[in-house]
Each structure stands twice: as structure tokens, then as C-alpha cells.
Write a protein that binds this ligand. Structure first.
Ligand code: ADP
Ligand code: MG
Length: 152
């Protein structure tokens, strides 16, 4: 099952932590969902799963924040303000080749510049209150395999 019903912020953090524990170097996660659906919250959980104890701050204005003190380096990006073809301006390609994990909010803005294989995590509002739907979708053969593993 690749769909998870998340009811609270705490559950979103837990879902992220579980994903973070399973991540390997080279994994690229693209987080898709409207403002406020929990992309940054999920990333905080992922960081915890990577044993990163630094505080995760939204990279909305800086575009990239790097956390290098965990089990693996985490490159957290928010490319909301970048348009198609602008990934080069932040050296996006180099991050995909580095040791570590890339978590990219709004990555589908740069769909042309994404690697062949990645896992898209879709977040949507479900009903009212804190409800969210979290869905993992692999892109590319290896991306699909990773999505399956991360969904367990
Ligand atoms: P995004 O990065 O997608 O814009 P954020 O993670 O920054 O979203 O913000 C999500 C907001 O929604 C937070 O203020 C959080 O407290 C709140 N929230 C309420 N319910 C949930 C939930 N189930 N999962 C994640 N965040 C939730
Ligand atoms: Mg955010």
C-alpha cells in the first residue's frame, strides 16, 4: 500500500521519520502538495529518521539548506520560486551526484531537470481538521522500487 492517511502533525512527523530511517545515499524525494499540506513537516520527520538533530528550517528563501551531521547528509530544497530550466542556477545536478539525500519541495516545478529515478510524495488535504493523504509514487524503474521499499 503506497497511501497513508495522516491525521495529525505528529503522525506526519512519524511518517517522515520512518521514511528517513530507510533512505539510502542517492535517494531523491520530490514533495508535491499545496501550501500547508505538510511538506516541511514531513521533512522534519525525515531528518529525525536520518539522525539529524539540527533544527530544520524551511528553505523557502534560501532555496537550499544542507544538514551534514546525521547518518547521511540531507539537502533540503524548496524550489517554489524557481521556474522550469532554473535548476542549473543552484547547481541542482551536483546535488543528485553527491553522497546524501535530496528532499525537494515543489520539485515538479523543475520536472525537466529531475533525475531519471526519484520518489514523488504527494500530500493532499483530506476533509477538514488535520487530515492529509500521503502517497508515494516512484518515477523510473529504480524510483518505483524505492517507493515500494519506503512504503513498507
Ligand atoms: P508546507 O511545507 O507543505 O507548506 P508545512 O509543513 O510548512 O507545509 O505546514 C503545515 C502546517 O499544517 C503546520 O502548521 C502544521 O502544524 C499544520 N498541520 C495540521 N495538521 C497537519 C498534518 N496532519 N500534517 C502536517 N501538518 C499539519
Ligand atoms: Mg514548506
Amino acid at each position: 500500500m503506497n497511501k497513508f492517511w495522516i491525521q495529525t502533525e505528529e503522525e506526519m512527523l512519524e511518517a517522515g521519520e520512518k521514511i528517513g530511517r530507510t533512505l539510502n545515499s542517492g535517494d531523491v524525494l520530490v514533495l508535491t502538495g499545496e501550501l500547508g499540506t505538510g511538506k516541511t513537516t514531513l521533512t522534519k520527520g525525515i531528518a529525525k529518521g536520518l539522525e539529524i538533530s539540527q533544527m530544520i528550517k524551511s528553505p523557502t528563501y534560501t532555496i537550499i539548506r544542507e544538514y551534514t551531521k546525521g547518518r547521511l547528509p540531507l539537502f533540503h530544497m524548496d524550489v517554489y520560486r524557481l521556474g522550469s530550466g532554473e535548476g542549473e542556477s543552484i547547481g541542482l545536478d551536483e546535488y543528485f551526484d553527491r553522497e546524501g539525500v535530496v528532499v525537494m519541495e515543489w520539485g515538479t516545478n523543475l520536472s525537466e531537470e529531475l533525475p531519471e529515478d526519484y520518489v514523488e510524495i504527494l500530500l493532499t488535504y483530506e476533509k477538514d481538521q488535520g487530515g492529509r493523504l500521503l502517497e508515494l509514487v516512484g518515477v523510473g524503474e529504480q524510483g518505483q522500487a524505492r517507493a515500494d521499499q519506503l512504503s513498507k
